[in-house]
Design a protein around this ligand. Structure first.
Ligand code: ATP
Ligand code: MG
Length: 241
């Protein structure tokens, strides 16, 4: 059983120096090959949790263990992830850091640009890409690194419909390849079909951890999450009030 675990989060808390309690006593484990969606409203602690899992920040209490894998991250803030002048250079940067040789790097760059529909932006100035293109670039970078655990923090922010479809199809493929995937989002209607596991963070607490089916039967609104099983019947209903 143990060897099947990719990520173990035990009694994790994070309190910042200004007194903000971003996470409190969060425990869960993710199996290898599992696809988990962690939902939560603004400020619920999703990005803080991702920084802790990625080792970019330390928990104030508890432990986080990655078993035999390094995490690849797609940040909520796509700008902060751009390191290269051009998409080509940016994607190559991550791939090189993973120890690939020159030929492998070039192959991974071609593959990742094609997968994310960014071939035509290969040598454009990365900083000038649109918000959605920057997000695709972040996804491309992760694909080229070929990590076994991938965490997406609000991956749909700024993406148009084709962009969402593209990212979802990449996620589906990662799942089919047996990768472990964690998606932190409140936009359930875009991704829940891929989830084996559904969790909710509310004010830093893990308040729900079960299946997507039982998640939809829970009172999601009380945690500030819109239930995606809502159909519009008229224009009058098309306002989120
Ligand atoms: N460095 C910090 N110092 C103080 N408070 C912080 C710091 N980083 C995050 N926080 C606080 O921790 C809480 C959780 O933030 P986090 O960014 O994880 O939320 P989130 O769930 O990702 O929200 P969103 O959906 O808006 O991205 C927030 O109240 C935030 O203000
Ligand atoms: Mg966030």
């Amino acid at each position: 059983m143990e060897e099947n675990i990719a990520l173990e989060v035990k009694g994790v808390g994070r309190t910042f120096s200004d007194g903000t309690v971003a996470l409190k006593d969060v425990s869960f484990s993710i199996s290898k090959g599992e696809f988990a969606v962690i939902a939560g409203s603004n400020g619920s602690g999703k990005s803080v949790l991702m920084s802790l899992i990625a080792g970019l920040d330390e928990p104030s209490e508890g432990t986080i263990t990655l078993h035999g894998c390094q995490a690849g991250l797609v940040f909520q803030d796509a700008d902060s992830q751009i390191l290269g002048e051009t998409p080509e250079e940016d994607i190559a940067f991550g791939a090189k850091n993973c120890g690939l040789n020159k030929k492998q790097v070039a192959e991974q760059v071609d593959f990742a640009l094609a997968k994310t529909g960014l071939e035509h932006k290969r040598v454009s100035y990365a900083r000038l890409l649109s918000g959605g293109e920057k997000r695709r670039l972040a996804v491309a970078g992760i694909l080229a690194m070929n990590r076994s655990l991938i965490i997406f923090d609000e991956p749909f922010a700024n993406l148009d419909w084709p962009g969402v479809q593209q990212v979802c199809s990449i996620m589906k493929q990662l799942k089919e390849e047996g990768k472990t995937v964690l998606v932190l989002t409140h936009e359930l209607e875009k991704v829940l079909a891929l989830a084996d596991r559904f969790m909710v963070l509310d004010k830093g607490h893990l308040v729900f951890d079960s299946t997507p089916e039982s998640g939809l039967a829970a009172d999601l609104e009380s945690w500030g999450i819109r239930n995606p099983m809502t159909a519009y019947k008229s224009i009058k209903e098309m306002i989120w009030l």
